[in-house]
Design a protein around this ligand. Structure first.
Ligand code: PLP
Length: 422
């Protein structure tokens, strides 16, 4: 058997931090990451054979749980027919039809291979369509690792304690303005696009306050700016119509990823037919990709979405509610400050006295230093939360009520460990 530590030593020799995405390196919680050997449903097993009840679920990409049998057979069937062609396919048309039929106002999409590309291309489209340069984004919202969008990016960027990143020239962010979440920004007519995670899920979970999204919509309309909903997490997570249906607020441009790929590398951006007419080859906004609309990814996405009926979202929301209520009780029971926001199937966890409404609040909660202690106490009990205080908690449809109850029991013990550590 190879131990996690042996693997980690090999990994750090050939991969920066031993990982291919920074948060996985455990820097913000300390210790050595577990190396996943396999996963099924709600569980992952590491190379040492340890089993974990998994609330990372690839940061929300796996909504059905790992290795869902329907998704799995769709992937293997598609793979046998060839994995990439550089030509259009039926599968990508079907996925585009599925997305546009579910999300009100979304008429056309272009597929990409990641959420980063989707958000980056959505910004390019918005700039191309408006002929304007300025991008306004909210602190703590993450839109992938594109140069111009990395400022105050939440998630892994927050964990690294970086404002943006080295290697991003000031010219790349010269047209990016960062404003606080849950405060309606005053825009001007230089603004091409106001980008938002409509339910912020990369600074922990921070819901929009009532009326906030509506007011953002009105402010965009007032100055002729486009509103971009980055639904890479919320799309097909909050429900079939994502945050758009959930909020009743229609943006002009969308970015998707995660759930729509059924666990394979995928992204998509989209808009009305009129706005999408700007995208090459119809219009002057260039965008493309060798593996875009990949047949395995589209097959996996379709197989996942085909199972996500309204009933299943109700079921997942009920699980999330059970988890959120239990976590809040368990942590408060140990005498710790706690906030457990929940929006449909999404859950967050902050060690804070009052509701967290923006990135500054989220940072204060993270700075208590309680999360790393809680994280390790849970991991010791076989429950994997994300290795950083700025990530959401992702129960999947494969989590049983018994799994959730076990999580809550473990959380009560973990919270006691936290209280004793102070
Ligand atoms: C994950 C995420 C992205 C980036 O997607 P990748 O597939 O990791 O490139 C963009 N926006 C949001 C809201 C995300 O959660």
């Amino acid at each position: 058997m190879t131990t996690n530590n042996e693997l980690y030593q090999r990994a750090i020799n050939v991969l920066p931090g031993g990982v291919n995405s920074p948060v996985r390196a455990f820097l913000s919680v300390g210790g050595t990451p577990y190396f996943v050997a396999r996963a099924s449903g709600a569980h992952v097993w590491d190379e040492e054979g340890n089993e974990y009840l998994d609330y990372v679920q690839s940061y929300g990409a796996s909504i059905l749980g790992h290795a869902d049998p329907v998704v799995l057979s769709a992937i293997t069937e598609a793979a046998a027919l060839g994995s990439t062609f550089g030509a259009p396919t039926l599968s990508e048309v079907r996925l585009a039809e599925e997305l546009t039929s579910c999300v009100p106002g979304l008429e056309m999409i272009r597929m990409t291979s990641s959420g980063t590309e989707a958000a980056m291309s959505a910004i390019r489209l918005a700039r191309g369509a408006t002929g304007r340069s300025k991008v306004v984004k909210f602190a703590g919202c993450y839109h992938g690792h594109t140069d111009s969008l990395l400022a105050a990016g939440g998630s892994g960027v927050a964990n690294q304690g970086l404002v943006g990143s080295a290697g991003v020239p000031s010219s790349a962010v010269a047209d990016t303005v960062v404003v606080p979440f849950n405060v309606v920004p005053e825009l001007d007519t230089d603004v091409a696009v106001l980008a938002i995670e409509p339910v912020a899920a990369n600074m922990g979970l921070v819901p929009p306050e009532p009326g906030f999204l509506e007011a953002c919509r009105r402010e965009c309309d007032r100055v002729g700016a486009l509103l971009l909903f980055d639904e890479v997490i919320t799309g097909f997570r909050l429900g079939r119509s994502g945050a758009t249906g959930w909020s009743g607020v229609a943006p002009d441009v969308w970015a998707f990823g995660k759930v729509i790929g059924g666990g394979l590398p995928v992204g998509a951006f989209g808009a009305s037919r009129e706005i999408m007419a700007n995208v090459a080859p119809l219009g002057p906004v260039y965008q493309g990709g060798t593996l875009s609309g990949n047949p395995l990814a589209t097959a996996a996405g379709l197989a996942a979405l085909s199972q996500l009926t309204d009933d299943r979202y109700d079921e997942l929301t009920a699980k999330a509610e059970r988890l959120a209520n239990g976590l809040a009780r368990a942590v408060a029971g140990a005498g710790l400050p706690v906030q457990v926001p929940q929006v449909g199937p999404l859950v967050g966890l902050f060690f804070a006295d009052a509701p967290v409404r923006d990135y500054d609040d989220a940072k204060i909660a993270a700075d208590t230093g309680l999360y790393p202690v809680f994280f390790h106490a849970m991991l010791e009990r076989g429950i994997a939360f994300a290795p950083g205080p700025y990530e959401a908690i992702f129960p999947s449809l494969a989590h049983s009520d018994a799994d959730i109850d076990r999580t809550i029991e473990a959380a009560a013990e973990a919270a006691t460990d936290c209280a004793n550590s102070q």
